[in-house]
Design a protein around this ligand. Structure first.
Ligand SMILES: [Zn+2]
Length: 446
C-alpha cells in the first residue's frame, strides 16, 4: 500500500513535500521524498503527516470520570474517592466496552500505541476472577479492536499507603505480595509472546503502594522479561513527605536504591523533584512521562521537564486521567506551563515536542522501532489538517509549529497504525465513537 503525503515530517526533523510512504504489512518498506504527484492507487494524505503518537501513561477507566469530577470543590484525594467508585462498578465486559471506546478516542487523536498502567485486577470484593488476568486481557482486546498497539503495564499494588493495608475498593488492586503479582503477570506475558503488537511490562504503582523489599521482585521480573517498568513518582508533595519520613529517602532515591531506574524505566509525573532526584533519573537515562492536562486538573504542579531532558532523561507524554485526550494539548502544555512558571518563552522547540510524542514515547513503551518515518519502522502515520479553522494559514517551514501549538485532536483526519488504516476522513473504523463512549459510561453511572 502506498501513501502519498502532501507534507511529511522526516528525520532528523524536517518537513518535506510529496513524500511517498510504501507500507508492506505492518512496516514501512520505502520512503520517497519530493514525489511531485501521487502515483495511481496511492492514498493521498493532505496536511502534515507525522509518525504515530505514543500515549505512555493511560488509565482507560478514568475516562468515565470526565466532567463529573469537576462539580463542586475537591482535592486530589476526593478525586481519588470518585475514581474508586467507578473501579468498583467495572467487570470484564463493561471494562472491555469502556476501554475499547476510550482507545478509539485516542486513535482519533493520533495515538497508535498506548501504555496502559493497569491495576484494576480483581473483582470488587478483592477476589481474583476465575481467570486472574481477565481484566488485562480485556484491555489488550480493547486496544487491538480499536487498532492500537498496547504495552500493558501490569501494576503491583500492595498497600493503601505506606504501612497501611488495602481497604475497600483498593482490594481489587492487590495480589497479596509481589511474588504472587509476578506469577500472574508472567502468565499474562506468556499469552502474548508471539503477538508483536502487544508488550506486557511491569509497573510499581508508587512508593505508597509497594514496600521497598517488594519493589525488588518487580524489578527482577522486568529484567527477566527485558520489559519496560513504569512507576508513579512524586506526583504529590504529601507522597514525598510520607516517603522521606518512612524511609529517609525521596521516591526517586528509593527506586534508585532498588534498581528500578534505567533505560527501560519510566518515572510518571516526576513533578516534585530535588536536584539529586533529577541527577539520579537523568544519570540512569530513565524516561519521564509528563501528563500536563492531568497534573493541572489535579493541581499537582509543574515538573522540571526541560531540566530532565537537558540532563539526559527522554521526556514522554501521557493522557493519564483522560481529563482530555489531545496529544497536541499535552505537548504544548509542557512548553506553556514552563513559560508561566518562569516568565520566559522558548524552553522547547516544536520539533522537540513532536519527538516527545513519537520516538521518545515509543521507546518508553518498549517499541524502539516506532516513532520514525524510516524504512523498517512500524507503519504508523498521523495526518493533521492544515486547513481547519485552527490551523489554516500554516506554511511549510512552520507546519510543525502550527500543529503543535494550534491544532487539536479534531484536526487529525487519517491514522495508519501498524499498517492498518484505522481513521479515515476523521472517522474511526469502529464507527460512532461518541456513541460507544456514551453507552459504556452511561451504563456505569446508572
Ligand atoms: Zn497515573
Amino acid at each position: 500500500m502506498d501513501y502519498w503525503c502532501e507534507l511529511a515530517w522526516l528525520p532528523p526533523g524536517e518537513v518535506v513535500s510529496g513524500v511517498l510512504v510504501t507500507v508492506d504489512g505492518s512496516r514501512i518498506s520505502a520512503i520517497t521524498p519530493e514525489t511531485a504527484d501521487p502515483p495511481p492507487g496511492a492514498v493521498v494524505l493532505r496536511g502534515l503527516t507525522t509518525p504515530g503518537f505514543a500515549n505512555t501513561h493511560s488509565h482507560a477507566f478514568h475516562r468515565a470520570l470526565r466532567g463529573r469530577t469537576q462539580a463542586d470543590r475537591g482535592t486530589f484525594w476526593t478525586w481519588r474517592e470518585q475514581m474508586y467508585g467507578v473501579a468498583a462498578r467495572l467487570d470484564p465486559d463493561s471494562y472491555l466496552a469502556l476501554a475499547r471506546a476510550t482507545f478509539a478516542e485516542m486513535a482519533l487523536a493520533g495515538v497508535t500505541c498506548v501504555g496502559e498502567f493497569h491495576y484494576l485486577h480483581h473483582a470488587a470484593d478483592g477476589k481474583p476472577y476465575d481467570d486472574p488476568n481477565v481484566m488485562g486481557h480485556a484491555l489488550i482486546t480493547a486496544a487491538r479492536e480499536a487498532g492500537l498497539r498496547i504495552t500493558l503495564l501490569d501494576a503491583c499494588y500492595l498497600t493503601g499507603g505506606i504501612g497501611t493495608a488495602l481497604v475497600g475498593t483498593q482490594r481489587q488492586f492487590g495480589d497479596g505480595d509481589a511474588v504472587r503479582w509476578a506469577a500472574r503477570a508472567e502468565d499474562l506475558a506468556k499469552a502474548y509472546r508471539k503477538t508483536p503488537e502487544v508488550e506486557v511490562g511491569a509497573a510499581i504503582h508508587s512508593v505508597r503502594a509497594v514496600p521497598p523489599e517488594q519493589m525488588t521482585v518487580v524489578v527482577e521480573f522486568a529484567h527477566q522479561q527485558a520489559s519496560p517498568v513504569h512507576a508513579h513518582v512524586s506526583e504529590q508533595r504529601r507522597e514525598n513527605e510520607a516517603c522521606v519520613e518512612a524511609y529517609s529517602a525521596t521516591p526517586v532515591q528509593l527506586l534508585h536504591d532498588r534498581g528500578a531506574l534505567g533505560p527501560r524505566a519510566t518515572a510518571v509525573h516526576a513533578t516534585h523533584l530535588s536536584n539529586v532526584d533529577i541527577a539520579l533519573l537523568s544519570g540512569s537515562t530513565t524516561h519521564v512521562c509528563m501528563c500536563p492536562t492531568t497534573e493541572r486538573d489535579l493541581a499537582d504542579g509543574i515538573g522540571p521537564a526541560r531540566a530532565l531532558l537537558d540532563a539526559g532523561s527522554p521526556v514522554t507524554i501521557g493522557t493519564d486521567s483522560q481529563a482530555v485526550i489531545d496529544v497536541f494539548e499535552e505537548l504544548r502544555a509542557i512548553e506553556l506551563d514552563e513559560r508561566l512558571a518562569t516568565g520566559k518563552r522558548g524552553h522547547w522547540q516544536a520539533r522537540e515536542l513532536l519527538n516527545v510524542a513519537t520516538a521518545a514515547g515509543h521507546a518508553s513503551l518498549g517499541f524502539p522501532d516506532a516513532g520514525f518515518l524510516v524504512p523498517g519502522a512500524w507503519a504508523d502515520l498521523v495526518s493533521i489538517r492544515l486547513d481547519s479553522v485552527r490551523t489554516a494559514g500554516a506554511s511549510k517551514p512552520t507546519a510543525v509549529e502550527s500543529a503543535v501549538f494550534a491544532a487539536s485532536a479534531a484536526d487529525v483526519h487519517s491514522v495508519v497504525s501498524g499498517g492498518r488504516r484505522i481513521v479515515a476522513e476523521g472517522r474511526h473504523m469502529l464507527g460512532d465513537v461518541g456513541g460507544m463512549l456514551a453507552d459504556s459510561i452511561g451504563a456505569l453511572h446508572e
